[in-house]
Design a protein around this ligand. Structure first.
Ligand code: APR
Ligand code: PHB
Length: 393
């Protein structure tokens, strides 16, 4: 039977980053992925990195293209009541965020793993994780028509929300917390210059809209939509019209339209599972928690889990101590819940929930309060740039 130290299920950002950091510390891993490499590298996801995530990517040796191509944003705007209000991240936190697509992060990590001789298995089917309750965990999978068995010390479940790892844990051993929102985001990517230099999150009576970007020539826009919305009902012209209706006039005027190069609908969900460790198996990133995309915390939370897990594994292999591994769940969850709270709050304030006029007035009052209170702005800024990794108990 083949053997490795850490079997990593899933080659998304969590699995690739973990594998890369372990490799740099002399720990062997195998990454087992259900999809093809092209599929994984082509997925379009969010694009805002906290400085802590940037620092970890630099540590992982994949900072070069990120540092040269990223856009550093010192602030972002809130649109509401036909006005635009800037949240000054730099002033309130001394920090900023980096705009750099998750698609690019994934490509950089993939290239680094391949260059480093990493063992990556794509298009593996029927992946099964077994024996993680005891000392001999194994992963079984089918690849190119053959059954493979991989023995390991630890399993890292980096296989996203729909993965097999969390589903392999008995329901009685964990508790799940969930909130499903009654709407989705319809997003498009287009090779047009962004409407504004910074992101604009807009609350509008017709529904939420977001102006984001990937570069000075590539824009990413979203509008809130019904969950049963069909993409065919949204030709580009309808999307651009709806977007402009939902933005403050000064921003709407600056929207440059063009053909979309990607269009998709994503549901919004808050989800956390506790604990994140089951014997020798550790859940990482989307496998353990989901946030709605308002605030772009998904990838940043995944990076924070990887940071804690790779340090714990390094300690275990260097000294034999399981002290950090034993605290993995608790350390991750403490910060995750704060990011869940922030993403839920930002979603609640910015979206149209129903036709309840009272709720909309309350949202506008909250946004108006924010524009008049520096402490409220500081709190929003602090959460947006990313909370510290470890706060005292
Ligand atoms: N076997 C092997 N691989 C699997 C399986 C399985 N049974 N199920 C899922 N996978 C793979 C998926 O194909 C995907 O490539 O696991 C990977 C999980 O990657 P992500 O969903 O990107 O999750 P993660 O790496 O934790 O990254 C978190 O991605 O979803 C965004 O917003 C989220 O930014 C966050 C980030
Ligand atoms: C994106 O650029 O895709 C993006 C940016 C900010 C968000 C969500 C998504 O809050």
């Amino acid at each position: 039977m083949a053997r490795t130290q850490v079997a990593i299920i899933g080659a998304g950002p969590s699995g690739l980053l973990l594998s890369q950091l372990l490799h740099l510390h002399g720990i062997d891993s195998v990454v087992i992925e259900r999809q093809s490499r092209d599929y994984v590298e082509g997925r379009i996801r969010a694009g805002v990195l906290e400085q802590g995530s940037v620092d970890l990517l630099i540590k992982a040796g994949v900072g070069e293209r990120l540092l040269s191509e990223r856009l550093v944003h010192d602030g972002f705007a809130l649109g509401f009541a036909d006005r635009s209000f800037r949240i000054d991240l730099r002033r309130f936190t001394g920090d900023a965020v980096s705009v750099y697509g998750q698609t690019e992060v994934t490509k950089d990590l993939m290239d680094a793993r391949v260059a480093g001789g990493g063992k990556l298995i794509f298009e593996a089917t029927d992946v099964a994780v077994e024996g993680f309750d005891g000392e001999r965990p194994t992963v079984r999978y089918l690849h190119e028509g053959r059954l493979h068995e991989l023995a390991c010390d630890f399993i890292a479940g980096c296989d996203g929300y729909h993965g097999v790892c969390r589903r392999s844990v008995p329901a009685t051993a964990m508790q799940a917390f969930e909130r499903v929102y009654p709407f989705g985001w319809l997003g498009i990517l287009a090779d047009v210059p962004p409407a504004a230099h910074e992101l604009v999150y807009s609350n509008h009576a017709r529904g939420f809209a977001l102006c984001s970007m990937r570069s000075a020539t590539r824009s990413r826009y979203y509008v809130q939509c019904a969950l049963d919305e069909q993409l065919e009902a949204w030709p580009d012209s309808r999307f651009w019209d709806e977007l402009r209706l939902r933005l403050p006039a000064e921003v709407a005027q600056s929207v440059v339209t063009g053909p979309s190069i990607e269009k998709s609908i994503a549901p919004l969900r808050s989800f956390v599972v506790e604990p994140m460790r089951f014997g020798q198996m550790f859940l990482v990133g989307d496998a353990a928690h989901i946030v709605p995309p308002t605030g772009a915390k998904g990838l940043n939370l995944a990076a924070a889990d990887v940071r804690i897990l790779y340090q714990a594994l390094v300690e275990r292999y260097r000294t034999g101590s399981t002290g950090l591994l034993d605290r993995y769940s608790e350390r991750c969850l403490r910060r995750i819940w704060k990011a869940e709270r922030f993403s839920w709050w930002f979603t609640s304030v910015m979206h149209k929930f129903d036709d309840d006029a009272f709720s909309h007035r309350i949202q506008l009052a909250e946004l108006d309060y924010l524009t008049g209170s520096e402490s409220a702005q500081a709190s929003l800024a602090e959460n947006y740039v990313g909370l510290p990794f470890d706060t005292p108990p």
